[in-house]
Every structure is written in C-alpha cells, then in structure tokens.
Design a protein around this ligand. Structure first.
Ligand code: ADP
Length: 846
C-alpha cells in the first residue's frame, strides 16, 4: 500500500525527473531514493531510510530548511538541478495531507542566491537553436534583467557563446551538438516558431514583436521564446518581469575567438588561470559590481563603429582631464552597492531588509554624483541625466525600514515605528503587557514574601512564576502548578495566563503584519524598478569610463587616434601587462608600422627570450584596447580599425581533446587563412615549430606567401619566427618587411636589448640561451661544434650514426620534390581538413 504522502511525492518527482526534488517535511527538506543517494554522496550527509506504508522503506536523506542556501550552492556547483517543493498550506491548520508543490527549480543558469553568484560576473542562461548553417542565440541574466537575442551564422554563434560563457545552455532535444559541457535539453516544441512567438507575446503582453526588433528573425525568436518558457517552468512566480528584449547583431562587434582570448590573456593569465596577470587585471579599476560586469562585456565585444568609440574616448578624456572631479566621482562610486542586482531581488520578491537599506543608501548618493559630474561636462551629461535619485523610493525606505534591520522579516524588528499605526498599536499593547509582567515579579515577591521568586519565559511552557522548593509552603492559593524542576516549582496564575496570550498573540500579529508591510514596500519600490535599473546601467558606464581614465593616468596611456585607414602606427608601444611586472628594470618601448599597402607582413626574428612574443601580443592588445574605447600604452598611436584579431601563438598541447600540438597549430592556422579579411590583424608566433625543421620552415614560408599574395587576404600580419631563413622572403615579396629584436654579445654571453629594429636577425642565439638556462657546459660546447659544422655545410657526425643534416641555406636553392608539390598546392581550394591531410602526406614524403 502506498501512503498518501508517498503518492504526493511520486507525483512531484514525476514532473521533475531531471532534478533532485527537495521535499519539504516540517523543518527539513527530504530527498528520497536515487536523489537521496546523490545528495548523501555530494553533501556528505547521512543516508537513512523512511517507512512509507507497510513493509516499504525508502532511502532518504535530508537537510534542515534553514541551511538550504549552503547545500544548494554545493549541488548547483556540482552541476545538479534542484526542484524545491514547499508546503503550501499551514500544517497546523490543515487536516490530513498538507498541500505541496514545487515553487522553483534551481539550475546553474537561474540561481539568484547571492552566495552562488560572482560579484563581477554575469550569470547567463543561454538558448541556442540551429537551422542549417544559421543559428538563433538568446541569453538572459535574471539577476540583472539583461535579456537579448540574435540570429547569426553558425560559425559566429560558437565564439559568441564562448564570449558569454553561460552557466547553462538550453537546446532542443533533437539538436545534435558539439557544445562544450552538457546542455539542458528541452522538448523541441518550446523552440517551435509559433510556440516561441506566442510565449514572447504573452510574456510581454504585446501584439507584435516588431518593437523588439526580432520580428523578422525567426531563429532569434525561437531562442528567446524558449528561454522565457524555461524561466516560467523553473522560476514559477519568483520570476520578476524582464523589462525588455533587445535584438543585437554580432556584426557590430569584433569576434574574439577562444584561442585569441586565451593567447592574449584578456580575462585570465594562461599560467595560473586566474585574473591576476591578465589584461582585465590591469584595466579593471572599476568600483561597482555593475561596472565590473560591464567592463568584462566591453572587453569581450570590441567595437567596429568609430562613432561609438569616439564617444567612449571623449568621456575617458574628460575624466583624465578633470582629476579632482574624477577622484570625487570614483570615491562616490566606491560607496555604491550592486544596484542592478538589488533592484532585481526586490522585483523578484526575494530581497531582505538589509538590501532595501543598501538600495536607499546608493540612491541617496545620486544628487552628489550628479553635482560632481557637473553641468557643462559634455561627454557625460547624457549619462548623468540618466541617474535618477528616485526621491520617493528613498523616502519610502527610510520611513519604513529600520536602519540596522538584521533579522529576517517577521521577527518584528524590521518596520520602523510611525510607518503603520496598526503595527504601532499592537506593539505598544505588547510592550505594556511586557511591562506589566516585569512589574509582576516585584508585586508577587511582596505579596508572597519570597525574595527569590522569579517570573520567566520559555518556548515550551510560556510564562511562569518560579519558586524554589524551600519556599513552597508560602505560595498563595491562586497559584496553579505548571512544571516541576529539581529544587523548584513553576506556577501560573489566571492573570499571568491572560497577559501571556496577549503578548504571544501580539507577537504573531506583529510578525504577520511586518511581512505584509515589507512586501508592500517592495512592491512600491518595484514600481520604480525600471528607473532604478536605468540608473544602475548608467552608473556602470560611468564607472567603467572613470576606471579607464584612472588606468590611463596611472600608467601613462595616450588616446589613440582612430581611423578608417588601413594602417596601424604605434610609437613607443608597451605591453600593458608585462610592463607592470617590470617597473624596476624598465620595459623597453617599441614602435610598430603595419599597412596594407606597404608594410603588410612583418617578419620578426630574434633568438628565444628576446621579446618576440611580448611584442606580438603588445601590438594586438593595443589595437584591442583602442577598440573598446580605452587609452593605450604608447607615446602615440594611430589605429586603423580592424575587423578581427587572429592569433596563433605558442605551443600548448590540448590534452582535453587529445589532438596533437601540430594538428591544433595547423587547424588554427587554416582557420585564420580561411577567415581573415584585408581589415584583419594577424599575429602568428612560431608557425611550424610543432614539426620537424624542414616541414615547419616550408609551412611557415608558404603561409607568408599566401598571406602576401592572396588578394582576398592582404591582412596586416606580424609573424615571429626563429627560422631566420624566412628573412629571404623580403627580397621577393614587396610588402614583407624584416624586423628583429636586437641582442648583442658581451664576453660570449648574449645581452637582450628588447629593441625591435629593422632588418633580419643574422643568427640564432639559441645556444647562448641554452647556456643561460643552465645547460651543462659540455652540451652547449658540443652544440657550438655542431652549429659550426652546419654552417660550413657538412654534417657534424661524431661517434654515433647520425642522419646527416643538410645545409639549411640550400633549402630554397634546389627544391626538393616535396616543396615543389607544396608550391603546386592550391590552398584556396582546400578545406581545413584536406589541408591537414595533405600536410601529413607531405610530411611522410619528406
Ligand atoms: P620570445 O618570444 O622572443 O622568446 P618573450 O616575448 O617571451 O621572448 O620575452 C621574454 C622575456 O623578456 C619576457 O618574459 C619579458 O620579461 C622580457 N621582455 C620582453 N619584451 C620586453 C621589453 N620590451 N622590455 C623589457 N623586457 C621585455
């Protein structure tokens, strides 16, 4: 026989097969069967069992309800979803079974718990739907109310998804995906155009989607509709209304693919994996959580439109020029709370009293901020006018909520006296009763002549009069026995009973009233929600612009001149992150000139450790910083805007995919050659190093030729290499220029000058670097011998049989068949996969 409660549980569980069901039973959330086993394992709590009907025992594990947040955090972080099933009717009042239902499903993309969120990061839930080579991509952050959708080509969708790095992605069940991580699969019907459109129309209560700009973008509608359906399903009533849906296009942003993000260490250092050592760590001087999040968004979406960039630049310039006001504004910003998330918590009905007070304090700073920005500060007036002091909200909160409100709503300490006459009245009645009881002790001592008589209270027995056993004979006749202790007895009197119920009823009533009043205040504040959200967003921008100015002043950056020309000119450029580590010894600045018409491909040679990689990245970073509106680490810079920065640097075995280093290198290079345009900037470091010398050299050689000669490309390129043979290319290819990172020798040791100078490096100082690195002397001496042999054109065989190494310089003089074959290759006509296959063949032949 299945018990009613078991049946109730099964009904709930059936609706949420993919989630762990937290089933509220009194003060506990209980889980059963497989769910119980999972949480016992994940949370290291005891697995017990519960009897539900005759001869039926089920595994069970539970957590106390007040500890929910902490346990929830662990489960969500471990990738689980949790359906929270609450008791909906009062257990005391209801006869029989208490009503229960799921009030919210917590998933990684829909958490609102503050301890599960990173302050300076958005927490995105994304939806993706694919049709042929087109995709719809929508995302939402329910903690900040950002909701956007786009329709784009599939190959753009993946980098866009990477940029967002959502905590959760929803896709149609039938979608065969190659997404990283396991997406949440939903019934295809939610992604159906008709259903999705209707979901959105209903949600926003509108008759057409035209106002949101996605009317004509079916895939964008399908993705956005599915997100709303999923939110409704998981958030139930807890979902605050999202104010709007914005349709955007990735075409207005520079695509930054995963490898470029990693190679340029934009958000994390690749050594440590932490923010420290990344570009973000240098430029993030934002003071507010919303500013921190916005800066990340800007860094992930460099702009292509010069006008928008000029606006940002002007605002940054205003801040750099007005040092006193900048300091004042930054100080004010530092005192702000996370307005954006706060107002969302209020709207979703999950704010606590302390958060309302914080909201008020932040709003109170608006007049000061506005006056610090001033009237005639042109680049900022637009933003300043969006800062709304919301006086009515400030007033409401300061009238209603106690300044130091600490406990939960309902304990009686949240609503200020004077806000609600009804509440005040009950409070004073209860206070009088308490006073009466305090008096009672004195009165009863007098009456009974028992000095040790006490009036006390405990949760189980309520109010009592306690008399020690020694004085029991003195008690009056109207004392009624309540409880016997060791050495004392507790009594009550009809009078005590009366005041007790007065106090207890009053407390209950105060609690109820307080909850109702608090809800009402939150609702009223929500009424100004959009203005507060708008204020928060304007603050975020002001914060980022002020931060970029502060960075520029501290580190002596300059305002780059932005143009539509096809040239990049940097004088005295520096690497923003490396220079921070070299304040003592000094970073050596370097110039850069790249232009499609003249200096299109720079071949940068120089020994290992000379500074090639640093230089490459520095150029890419300066361009990227310019295109988010930031100032740049240089003496001066003129940046012809680029449409994309491609990078292929370093050697890193991708252990996760099991592909060989060389394979990755070639795949990435192929992607660059296939996607770059004349407006792109390409940074290549040591192409071809993952294979044997001749393979590598030939590939490097042909890649440069292709970049130079293919009319579709002509992209500005810096190519760092230790193959100094490549300097020969400048003789035949007019737009190839040689540069090298200068070194000199002193006393047989190499001295790095860190200066990029015209011309090719004449020799590799690899052996010197090996010596510096502490290689045994005998090894480096032998290497010098071998090198000499090579340079004289004869194999340097010693004792052991060694394959003779042919003279490298003769490599291009008489073409080996492999090279001839390579020359014949029509790279344009090859898919990346074919290219790699051909490469493997060529390598075998070589
Ligand atoms: P390469 O790529 O040629 O092997 P790196 O770019 O890795 O060399 O540079 C090696 C080290 O030289 C860096 O760790 C950095 O500390 C230092 N370095 C590079 N460029 C400069 C510079 N312009 N000024 C000062 N130090 C530099």
């Amino acid at each position: 026989m299945t018990t009613p409660i078991r049946r109730q549980y099964l009904q709930v569980k059936q609706k949420y097969p993919d989630a762990i069901v937290f089933f509220r039973l009194g003060d506990f959330y209980e889980t059963f069967e497989d769910d119980a086993k999972t949480i016992a394992r994940e949370l290291q709590i005891v697995l017990t069992s519960r009897s539900m009907g005759k001869d039926q025992r089920f595994p069970m594990a539970g957590i106390p309800h007040h500890a929910l947040d902490g346990y929830l955090a662990k489960l969500i972080n471990a990738g689980h979803k949790v359906a929270i099933c609450e008791q909906l009717s009062d257990p005391k009042a209801s006869k029989g079974l208490v009503d229960r239902d799921v009030v919210r499903v917590v998933t990684p993309g829909t958490v609102v718990e503050t301890n599960l969120l990173e302050i300076k990061s958005n927490n995105y839930l994304a939806a993706m739907v694919v049709d042929g080579d087109r995709a719809g991509l929508a995302y939402v952050d329910i903690t900040t109310s950002e909701f956007a959708t786009t329709q784009l080509s599939l190959d753009r969708a993946l980098p866009e998804l990477e940029r967002l790095s959502p905590s959760e992605v929803i896709v149609p069940k039938s979608f065969e995906n190659h997404l990283a991580g396991e997406p949440t699969r939903l019934d295809d019907r939610w992604f159906d155009l008709g259903t999705a459109r209707q979901t959105l129309l209903d949600y926003f209560e509108v008759a057409s989607l035209a106002g949101y700009g996605c009317d004509q973008l079916p895939l964008a509608v399908r993705a956005a509709g599915a997100i709303i359906a999923y939110l409704k399903e998981t958030q139930k009533g807890a979902l605050g209304q999202l104010p709007t849906l914005s349709t955007y296009s990735t075409e207005s942003f520079m695509v930054i693919d995963a490898q470029t993000r990693r190679n340029l260490e934009l958000f994390r250092s690749s050594n440590t994996g932490t923010v420290s050592g990344s570009l973000l760590s240098v430029i993030d001087l934002t003071k507010t959580p919303m500013g921190g999040r916005l800066l990340k968004i800007w860094l992930g979406q460099p702009l292509l439109a010069i006008n928008a960039l000029l606006q940002r630049q002007e605002a940054v310039a205003w801040f750099t020029a007005n040092a006193v006001r900048r300091a004042e504004i930054i100080n004010l910003l530092a005192r702000l709370s996370d307005l954006e998330r706060l107002i969302n918590r209020v709207r979703a009905g999950i704010a606590i009293p302390r958060e309302l007070v914080a909201l008020r304090h932040s709003l109170e700073l608006m007049p000061q901020l506005k006056s610090a920005i001033g009237e005639e500060s042109a680049p900022l007036t637009g933003l300043a006018s969006e800062l709304k002091p919301c006086h009515e909200v400030v007033e409401l909160i300061s009238n209603a909520i106690v300044e130091e409100a600490a406990g939960p709503v309902g304990d009686g300490g949240v609503i200020k006296p004077g806000f609600s006459p009804e509440l005040d009245q009950i409070r004073s009645a209860s206070r009088n009763a308490k006073q009466f009881l305090a008096e009672l002790e004195r009165k009863e001592r007098e009456r009974t002549d028992i000095k040790s008589l006490k009036v006390g209270y405990n949760r189980v027995f309520g109010y009592y009069i306690e008399v020690t056993s020694a004085h029991l004979e003195k008690i009056p006749a109207d004392y009624i026995r309540k409880q016997t202790l060791v050495g004392a007895e507790r009594f009550f009197t009809p009078e005590l009973k009366e005041y007790e119920s007065l106090i207890l009823n009053a407390q209950e009533r105060i609690g109820e009233l307080e909850i109702a009043l608090f809800k009402q205040v939150c609702r009223q504040v929500s009424g100004s929600g959009e203005r507060i959200l708008g204020t928060a967003r304007a603050l975020a921008q002001i914060d980022v612009l002020a931060a970029l100015a502060e960075v520029a002043v501290r580190n002596s950056y300059v305002k780059p001149q932005l143009t539509f020309e096809d040239a990049i000119r940097i004088v005295g450029g520096r690497h923003p992150v490396v220079e921070q580590a070299l304040v003592e010894t000094g970073f050596v600045p370097n110039d850069t000139l790249l232009s499609n018409s003249d200096s299109q491909v720079v071949i940068l040679t120089g020994p290992n450790m000379a500074g090639k990689s640093t230089y490459l990245r520095q150029v890419a970073l300066i361009v990227l910083m310019a295109q988010i509106g930031s100032f740049v680490p240089a003496d001066s810079a003129t940046i012809g805007l680029v449409d994309r920065i491609f990078t292929r640097v370093g050697l890193m075995d991708d252990l996760t995919t099991g592909r060989s280093t060389f394979m990755i290198e070639m795949t990435e290079t192929a992607a660059i050659l296939n996607n770059a345009t004349p407006q792109s900037l390409i940074i290549l470091d040591e192409i071809g190093r993952g294979t044997s010398t001749y393979d590598g050299l030939s590939i490097a050689h042909s890649v440069v030729e292709y970049l130079h000669n293919n009319p579709r490309l002509g992209a500005k390129t810096i190519f760092a290499t230790h193959y100094h043979e490549l300097v020969e290319l400048a003789k035949t290819l007019p737009r190839v220029k040689n540069f090298n990172v200068a070194v000199t020798e002193e006393g047989g040791k190499v001295v790095f000058l860190r200066k990029v100078i015209p011309g090719g490096a004449d020799r590799s100082y690899g052996i010197h670097v090996a010596q510096l690195a502490g290689m045994p002397r005998s090894v480096t001496h032998r290497a010098v011998e071998i090198l000499k042999g090579l340079e004289e054109g004869k194999p340097a065989a010693k004792k052991e049989k060694r394959k003779p190494v042919p003279d490298q310089l003769s490599l291009f003089a008489e073409k080996p068949p492999v090279l001839a074959e390579l020359e014949m290759l029509d790279i344009d006509a090859l898919t990346p996969l074919e290219a790699i296959t051909r490469l493997y063949e060529l390598k075998k032949k070589a």
